[in-house]
Design a protein around this ligand. Structure first.
Ligand code: GDP
Length: 345
């Protein structure tokens, strides 16, 4: 991309992030697109290699000629706008490709909420012709980011020895993963970690205890050697079969040297295709739209009654009610109902 285009993208994203002048127009255009970029969410606890893997995946797709954007959400960072030195260090491979774009988003100061801002940024990135947007976040349960509602494919990362997957289940990651990755497969215990996840998935999908016999090969979606799980996959439609459920595969990769990253990319593509064919992409899109309308609606409804930060006065419509409640003359529920009725009149 030319520097002028990069500047245009950065300006547009900043306007949306800060809800600066003109941002509504960008959103109107983005949400009218017939199709967004495929959104790939990469999530997992700190240190499992998310950044390294995102860099490797970006390079992989960019090498194939695709335009790829990355949105890295850093709940702890006060910086944003891709200005952090760390971003450049993390992008050791993908930065070589002119068809890639990197943006980080800090957790601080988003009027509409962090997830909301992230979804809007993804939408707007689609205006610039990206074929894919990779969203990198710290896993659910450790932050309030539920970007997976906007992802067409959510990839959950873990590593050998991380409490053998217990951490993932605790953090609520088992439920959101479409594809599971055991990264750092060059370190001991990768097979065990993969089996543990397979067991948890088997338990979740069969509603019973896990099955212990799996034939997990590095880089390959784990194949069950147990007849039980094989039947389960037939029933639930192992990817490509005729059923309507996807049983998430578990893939072992080495993000640092790119081993099996191509297999992972192919699996993500398989999921994205299944997601579309099964109608789940549309279904999720509707769920997302509903949640977004609800959030926008509650923000708009509450606006007249909401105290501005640092304000010394109660907002006009609620002031009288606050006094009456304080004097023991009304209940908060009565106040809320009366205010709602008043706003309809
Ligand atoms: P993040 O916090 O999840 O984004 O993790 P990073 O991508 O920053 O990686 C954390 C550390 O793990 C870094 O020192 C990486 O070099 C290292 N790392 C990432 N992937 C691998 C891998 O496949 N094998 C090994 N041995 N180390 C890795």
């Amino acid at each position: 991309m030319e520097p002028s285009e990069l500047r245009r993208i950065a300006r547009t994203l900043s306007a949306v992030e800060n809800q600066a002048e003109g941002y509504e127009q960008h959103l109107s255009e983005a949400y009218r697109l017939k199709r967004w970029a495929d959104v790939i969410g990469i999530t997992g606890p700190p240190g499992v290699g998310k950044s390294t893997l995102v860099d490797a995946l970006t390079a992989h797709w960019a090498e194939g000629g695709e335009r790829v954007a990355v949105l890295a959400i850093d709940p702890s960072s006060p910086y944003s706008g891709g200005a952090v030195l760390g971003d450049r260090i993390r992008r050791t491979r993908s930065a070589a490709y002119a068809n890639t774009y990197f943006r980080s988003l800090s957790a601080r100061g988003h009027a509409g909420g962090l997830s909301e801002t992230a979804i809007d940024l993804v939408a707007v990135m689609s205006l610039f012709g990206f074929r894919r947007v990779i969203v990198e976040t710290v896993g659910a349960g450790q932050s309030d980011i539920d970007i997976h509602v906007a992802a067409d494919c959510t990839v959950v990362l873990t590593v050998p020895g991380l409490g053998d997957g217990v951490q993932a289940s605790k953090a609520g990651l088992m439920e959101i993963g479409d594809v599971f990755v055991v990264n750092k497969a060059d370190t001991p215990g990768a097979e065990n970690a993969a089996r543990t996840i397979e067991n948890a998935l088997a338990a979740a999908y069969m509603g019973g205890p896990g099955i212990n016999t799996f034939d997990v090969k590095p880089g390959v979606a784990a194949r069950p050697s147990s007849p039980g799980l094989a039947a389960l996959r037939r029933r639930h439609g192992e990817p490509g079969a005729d059923a309507s459920t996807w049983v998430p595969p578990v893939i072992q990769v080495v993000a640092t040297d790119g081993r099996h990253v191509a297999d992972l990319a192919a699996t993500i593509d398989r999921f994205v295709a299944w997601n579309e064919e099964s109608g789940r992409r549309t279904e999720r899109g509707c769920e997302r739209a509903y949640a977004q309308i609800m959030r926008a609606l509650s923000a708009a409804l509450l606006a007249p009654y909401t105290r501005a930060p640092g304000a010394t006065q109660w907002p006009e419509p609620v002031r009288g009610w606050i006094d009456r409640i304080a004097d023991g003359e009304a209940s908060p529920l009565e106040a809320a109902r009366a205010l709602l009725n008043g706003s309809r009149r």
